[in-house]
Design a protein around this ligand. Structure first.
Ligand SMILES: Cc1cc2nc3c(=O)[nH]c(=O)nc-3n(C[C@H](O)[C@H](O)[C@H](O)COP(=O)(O)O)c2cc1C
Length: 231
């Protein structure tokens, strides 16, 4: 049975090319979860190079994300230059020191202690690439002759999710880093006024002796509900 659709013979609509169907969707989804379950945030990187073509493909994958009214309100700035990475490290560490010494409340510090983070951000220089994600506060391509953007945080968050999954799929590791505030990134990278920093993501290979916090993911029962809550 086919639903009615707005296309008809309208050339603005094209036939959807569905993805190839897996033989067994339960098995396919189980395997995907198994792969994603191995993803971890890494804070000790190797300086092993990553070809630019790989980074381009990760960003292409991120760019396939859905977005409010298809405005694609994101920009991914890939930084490999050592001097720029150093500038970013110095500026990020200054913000982080301020955060750990003054801005964070005691509960936040306790939560971070469990993860073992501190104001030292050596990885910002060692990782071969930093992908700095900006959200666009207006559409600079003027799609549909308007510069309005919609659901920007949701759209960019989904695109970053795709980016992290793509990196993991390529055998790379990432760190979703949020030095706060991140305004210094606009200045160092000379971005226009309507681009706001969203996340700073080192991408590369893990150091040979990398360790990760022994933390647990919530169980399915804890994160999923079906239909209506009873009572
Ligand atoms: C929006 C966001 C901001 C984060 N900011 C930082 C950060 O600034 N520094 C850091 O070391 N980890 C940061 N993390 C990583 C989390 O600590 C990490 O995802 C969490 O502890 C779960 O670990 P896992 O990613 O290995 O599953 C951030 C994660 C997210 C999603």
């Amino acid at each position: 049975m086919s639903n009615s659709h707005p296309g008809g013979s309208d050339p603005q609509f094209i036939a959807f090319q569905p993805p190839e169907l897996p033989a067994d969707p339960v098995e396919a989804s189980r395997l995907f979860h198994q792969i994603m379950d191995r993803r971890r945030t890494i804070r000790q990187f190797s300086d092993r190079p990553v070809p630019r073509a790989v980074i381009e493909n990760l960003i292409r994958a991120a760019g396939t994300a859905p977005s409010g009214a298809n405005k694609q309100p994101w920009r991914f700035v890939a930084v490999q230059d050592k001097a720029i990475k150093r500038e970013i490290r110095v500026a990020a560490e200054a913000e982080e020191r301020e955060f750990y010494e003054r801005r964070a409340n005691p509960t936040w510090l306790r939560d971070l202690k469990a993860i073992g983070t501190d104001a030292d951000k050596l990885f910002l220089e060692i990782a071969p690439w930093l992908i700095v994600v900006f959200k666009l506060m207006k559409d600079d391509l003027l799609q549909n002759e308007s510069d309005q953007v919609y659901y920007v945080n949701e759209s960019v968050g989904i695109a970053v999710g795709f980016l992290l999954a793509a990196a993991h799929h390529a055998g790379l590791v990432t760190l979703t880093h949020t030095p706060s505030p991140m305004k210094f990134l606009c200045k160092i990278l000379n971005r226009p006024e309507h681009e706001r920093p969203y996340l700073l993501i080192p991408v590369g290979y893990p150091a040979a002796d990398a360790v990760v916090p022994n933390i647990q993911r919530k169980s399915l029962d804890q994160i999923m509900a079906v239909d209506r809550q009873s009572g």
